[in-house]
Design a protein around this ligand. Structure first.
Ligand SMILES: [Zn+2]
Length: 361
């Protein structure tokens, strides 16, 4: 249990939520204890219960067994990844050398290279077995490289790191003076505002634009977007001179309490319902939700709905595709506002009960 802030070392840290038996998206494990803390000095939010040896042991196992979904076509072209490509593209020069840390199958770099064929791409990824771009199969370490990169990409990676500031310092060693660093992480302010849950136990750090800019104190913000995730481009040239006061996150404790209360009510509600259940979207977030729901009810009357999924059968939970959503309970399997809105749009005129995790049931 960590009693000081991993970002600013302040002791002014308070616990804002304690939950039991929180599931890893990977099916095989759960955390007995899940504690979130908030730093009153710098407003950083983190999973204070993760700073133990037993957590490290568990998370290592989770990463080794990370579920690889080969059912999605390569490259994935859903809205969130295309938005990221469009955001980054104007900042990439011809012939640039790009490194992505945590590159998974390589979908993102592949899409960038398709748009600017002269760039050189390299991924580094410890967990994937099948990749589609040149990839080093390893965890990141700065001494793996002798060259400097023009751009370093980290999408949905930094939230898994316990000491992000120390990690980012290592990036300096593989950067030259004009290197750009692209960071994409969940936006904790957005999640709290919309009561969307992003507290998967493999996430340990929860960023706002303010706390992320503190992590990158020795870099300068070139461009940023807070709409669906935090998308920020930092430059190694110059420092973050903004001396803005920390922007206090509004009511983190109250919002998280409401979120978990709504979630509990949802499980109770589902235990008393006989309608067919439809999981809308069978990506990463689906596994997180379906696993938790399966702990409360049987999923034998459950189906899935997803246009991007090529099979008619979902192997992990053994769900069949459904074509008509009439008179069903539809669970939106995403915590991204733009994706949720698109789903809601497509459900217009259909007589079904829509569940948006974790708004009130
Ligand atoms: Zn702090």
């Amino acid at each position: 249990m960590k009693n000081s802030c991993p970002l600013c070392s302040s002791k002014k840290v308070k616990i804002i939520s304690k939950e039991k038996n929180i599931a890893f998206t990977n099916l095989s494990s759960e955390l007995k204890k899940f504690i979130l803390s908030y730093c009153n000095n710098c407003t950083f939010m983190f999973q204070s219960s993760a700073y133990t040896k037993s957590y490290d042991k568990k998370i290592k196992k989770v990463y080794e067994n990370y579920f690889v979904n080969h059912t999605f076509l390569f490259p994935r072209t859903d809205k969130t990844i295309i938005d990221s490509v469009d955001f980054l593209l104007p900042h990439i020069k011809e012939n640039a050398l790009l490194l992505e840390i945590g590159s998974a199958r390589g979908d993102f770099l592949y899409l960038l290279k398709k748009r600017i064929p002269s760039i050189n791409i390299l991924g580094i990824e410890p967990t994937q077995d099948k990749v589609y771009i040149p990839t080093i199969n390893s965890s990141f370490s700065d001494d793996l490289f002798v060259n400097k990169f023009d751009m370093i990409v980290m999408r949905h990676t930094l939230e898994h790191i316990k000491y992000p500031k120390e990690f980012v310092e290592k990036l300096k060693k593989i950067s030259h003076k004009d290197t750009l660093i692209y960071i994409e992480v969940p936006n904790i302010e957005l999640n709290l505002k919309n009561l969307t849950e992003d507290f998967e136990p493999d996430h340990v750090s929860y960023f706002s634009l303010y706390t992320l800019s503190r992590v990158f104190n020795n870099f300068k913000i070139i461009s940023s977007s807070t709409e669906n995730f935090l998308r920020v481009i930092f430059s190694n040239a110059g420092t973050n001179k903004e001396k803005n006061k920390p922007k206090t996150i509004m009511n983190p404790k109250k919002n998280i309490e409401t979120l978990y209360k709504n979630k509990k009510k949802f499980f109770q509600y589902m235990q008393n319902e006989n309608k067919s259940i439809v999981f809308y979207g069978v990506s990463h977030y689906f596994y997180f939700l379906a696993y938790q729901l399966s702990k409360h009810i049987s999923l034998k009357n459950s189906y899935f709905y997803d246009d991007n999924y090529k099979e008619n059968f979902e192997k992990r939970f053994k769900l069949k595709r459904i074509s008509s959503l009439q008179n069903t309970i539809v669970i939106l399997c995403s915590n991204v506002p733009s994706v949720q809105n698109k789903m809601l749009e497509s459900l217009k005129g259909i007589d079904c009960h829509i569940i948006k995790p974790w708004s009130k049931v």
